[in-house]
Ligand binder design. Sequence first.
Ligand code: SAM
Length: 276
Amino acid sequence: MTSLSPGLYIVATPIGNLGDLSPRASEVLAHADLIAAEDTRVTATLLRHIGAKRPMQPYHDHNADAVRPALIARLAREAVALVSDAGTPLISDPGYKLVRDARAAGHPVVTIPGPCAAIAALTLAGLPTDRFLFMGFLPAKQGAKAAAIAEVATIRATLVFYESGPRLAATLAALGDGLGDREAAVTREITKRFEEAVTGTLSTLAARYADAPPRGEIVVVVGPPGEAPPASAEDADAALAEALTRLPASKAAGEVAKRLGLDRKALYARAMEMKR
Ligand code: SAM
């Protein structure tokens, strides 16, 4: 590849191990007319690694609104690559408004996918991956953190959080309080020399890190809630009695069967008994 067609290129970069930079990412970075970088010093190191030197423009939370219009204007004639300090841009990093505005202005948007700490952590944790919810960073303040956790307490999915060492123990304790003592994993320094994944319940992990905040970058993965215990005969009777005040027996049985995961025919028979 010697030149890139004009447009916005979203380029994922390594989260630790420079060997994870894909050949395609390397090509795009080496040939972009401009690289919009979260921190140009960090990106300069990456460019040195691939032996490239390209013009860079800082694009971060504090200047994004001011510089975005000029970047969008350049997309008409130039290939602009967006990178963050590590991993996939837009994932707990700036970029979504740039993509939104590039699309709105009719410019091509191309992605060069690659490392992402959240996805890498899921591959290490050994927790269900069929459904997961990326939560990014929780708020630092205790009340707001508890509220954010409460909001997702009933979601039947594995939860993924970004966190820092000094805040880890408090966050694990807050997660245990809000979600119950679920299975979890603390993954740390992924793809780097001291990569590790420590698994256990939220309470054992909170105790482990209480007096020993770990160094480095961290992703916490929390398993989904356990299966709810089966509804008792009393629960079923109470739900049926209530439903029968609103619905005929067959509909009441159907509604309760769906809600409590019980057999509709048995519930219908019980509803007829109750009506008598
Ligand atoms: N855009 C990045 C991505 O795709 O993963 C995430 C950027 S976010 C500002 C930085 C956070 O990602 C860190 O605080 C940490 O929680 C997580 N992270 C980044 N690199 C990591 C690594 N090598 N190991 C564990 N967590 C990492």
